[in-house]
Design a protein around this ligand. Structure first.
Ligand code: ABU
Length: 390
């Protein structure tokens, strides 16, 4: 029998609406657009600019963290981001959506495995990087940064609750990676950013980036779910072996490896964004593979090129996301999209396709790793497994 959870939120925020808390917990999500019933929303609390590591280069000379330095994000930025995250969570609750939140740990702590030690963790944003829901399964991704190796701990209380409440839930974790020096190309970041764009793009196309193929590595946010088809972007955090692991792990799906003309590929969810059956948003600056475009066109999907983001001229401090984060939206259903409130042009563009737009103040969350899609993980959406590319 499915247990009912009716406990109010423990964090002072609004409790789940009566409708949400009376429904049995049910892990079920096959795509990004079916009606949303239950979601995880991340937290900014405790986030640090992580200690230097092979996988990633953080260099914010104008914002107090020049190359090689690390430490807690400024308290005012954390407070503003957490306010926006809490307000967003409350808005979702008011719409009858059940909301869970992660439990931060001390991210300033040194962490280690028997094979390495790292001076810091990172945070518990964005949850979309770590968790992938496919049907009744929630899969913990490998991740590829040492600073994010232990991030799963922040989500274990929520995952344990889901597991206890839904007897159908499959709780999976991809093989914990070793992340020894063998997983990274030595000196990659010493030269990559200075290379001409055409050389960078050739390396993206040939998948010659920072990760080696020593072991499977992927972030969940490199996977876009379109029912029976999963599109996995090869990126700075997802290697071919990670794609291959996903392909074998989901034998009943068609799992596709994709790249785009993005010199700094990091998560697919601002590049190739499912909107509803038959409609996908594409970041025109990052041209998708010809085969990917063809696959969608042959199946009569319309590919909409996103307008230039409003955040183009105002990159936030300490942010490692591009302005294309504008396209990182959350569907409440196939007709309703949460869009960052400043992205008015994008909202207008999507309204013209018939979407109801819910504007959400979220710019302060960007420096913590993402937009409205990154900051969430869908746990339950209505609907079942469909083939949109028959
Ligand atoms: N997951 C966020 C992607 C951000 C970007 O494409 O810039």
């Amino acid at each position: 029998m499915t247990e009912q959870r009716t406990t109010p939120a423990q964090d002072g925020s609004a409790p789940d609406s009566p409708g949400a808390s009376e429904r049995p917990v049910r892990v079920n999500a096959w795509n990004g657009w079916d009606p949303l019933r239950h979601v995880i929303v991340g937290r900014a609390e405790g986030t640090v600019v992580q200690a230097p590591e092979h996988a990633v280069r953080r260099d914010y000379p104008d914002d107090g963290f020049p190359l090689g330095t690390y430490g807690p994000m400024p308290a005012d930025m954390v407070a503003e981001a957490d306010q926006q995250l809490d307000d967003f969570a409350d808005m979702l609750r008011r719409r009858g959506i059940r909301v869970d939140r992660p439990t931060p740990v001390d991210f300033t702590k040194e962490v280690s495995t028997p094979e390495w030690t790292h001076e810091s963790m990172f945070g518990c944003m964005p949850p979309r990087d770590l968790l992938l829901t496919v049907g009744n399964e929630v899969l913990e991704a490998t991740m590829s940064y040492r600073s994010r190796w232990f991030e799963y701990l922040c989500y274990r209380p929520v995952l344990q609750d889901l597991f206890d409440a839904d007897p159908r839930m499959r709780w999976e974790a991809a093989p914990k990676p070793r992340l020894t020096d063998a997983s990274y190309k030595a000196g990659f970041w010493d030269t990559y950013n200075e290379l001409p764009t055409d050389v960078q793009l050739a390396r993206v196309r040939d998948y010659d980036l920072v990760l080696t193929e020593a072991e499977p590595l992927f972030d969940a946010a490199d996977v876009a779910r379109f029912g029976k088809d999963l599109f996995v972007q090869l990126s700075f955090v997802t290697n071919r072996s990670g794609y291959d692991w996903l392909r074998r792990h989901f034998p009943d799906h068609r799992v596709h490896a994709v790249t785009s003309t993005n010199t700094h590929p990091l998560h697919i969810d601002a590049t190739w964004v499912p909107l509803r059956p038959g409609l996908v948003l594409h970041c025109g600056e990052r041209l998708a593979d010809a085969e990917l475009m063809e696959f969608f066109k042959l199946n009569d999907w319309e590919i909409v090129e996103a307008v230039q983001p409003a955040s183009w001229d105002h990159p936030p401090k300490l942010s490692f996301c591009s302005p294309w984060l504008a396209g990182n939206m959350l569907n409440l259903d196939a007709n309703t999209l949460c869009v960052e409130e400043n992205e008015v042009r994008l909202a207008e563009q999507l309204s013209s396709y018939g979407f109801e737009i819910v504007p959400v103040p979220f710019r302060a969350v960007g420096p913590f790793g993402g937009g409205l899609h990154c900051a969430t993980v869908d746990i339950e959406r209505d609907g079942g497994l469909e083939d949109y590319f028959p």
